[in-house]
Design a protein. Structure first.
Lengths: 113, 111
């Protein structure tokens, strides 16, 4: 069935490096994508979103890239900090519109000082 | 600004006991409300969502139920808990054109 998945379950980087977290989606009808950050014991926190009429969107230290041709989504974090250590989830709206989201399984980002 | 409150933060309940988790949203009107469950080391599974008072959509067959007695109140319940109901339960809200905003969750352990 349709699904959202991540290539790497764990990503370890050094403080100051740039991080790239990848996500593959298979539902070609999805037109809205979101990245969330979840710290231990807390709820997911919205980071950045992108609609399918865009291929890039930038926030503060984060950039989301969308490649609709290969159904791939990535989150780039510049100058990664220890506080960025968390699990990152991508999500898509799928065929049901904005009311519901389908989440990937998440990638753990570990930042070493 | 909008805020979401979820309680309790942690809960330990014996098998067969009832459950009631509450979620309230402030600072917005007529939000969509959601209950998600997150098993350890896994993604989020949508359990219920509501687009208005008394309107509940169930996503997966399960031992749980949801109710929305007021516009900004969403309750997750069970009459008899199972071991498999253990998990991290997250309430979320959204309005048209906005992403989901999550509460800080309830860690439920059924013993």
């Amino acid at each position: 069935g349709e699904s959202v998945g991540l290539h790497l379950p764990t990503l370890s980087v050094q403080e100051g490096d740039n991080s790239i977290i990848n996500c593959a989606y298979s539902n070609s009808a999805s037109d809205y994508f979101i990245w969330y950050k979840q710290e231990s014991g807390k709820g997911p926190q919205f980071i950045i979103d992108i609609r399918s009429n865009m291929d890039k969107r930038q926030g503060q230290r984060v950039t989301v890239l969308l490649n609709k041709t290969v159904k791939h989504l990535s989150l780039q974090i510049a100058a990664t900090q220890p506080g960025d250590s968390a699990v990152y989830f991508c999500a898509e709206n799928g065929v049901r519109g904005y009311s519901t989201l389908t989440f990937g399984k998440g990638t753990m980002l570990l930042v070493s000082p | 600004s909008q805020t979401i409150h979820q309680w309790p933060a942690t809960l330990v309940q014996p098998v067969g006991s009832p459950l009631s988790l509450e979620c309230t949203v402030e600072g917005t009107s007529n939000p969509n409300l959601y209950w998600y469950r997150q098993a350890a080391g896994r993604g989020l599974q949508l359990l219920f969502y509501s687009v208005g008072i008394g309107q509940i959509s169930s996503e997966v067959p399960q031992n749980l139920s949801a109710s929305r007695p007021q516009d900004r109140q969403f309750i997750l319940s069970s009459k008899k808990l199972l071991l498999s109901d253990s998990g991290f339960y997250l309430c979320a809200w959204s309005v048209v054109g906005s992403p989901l905003h999550f509460g800080n969750g309830t860690r439920l352990t059924v013993t």
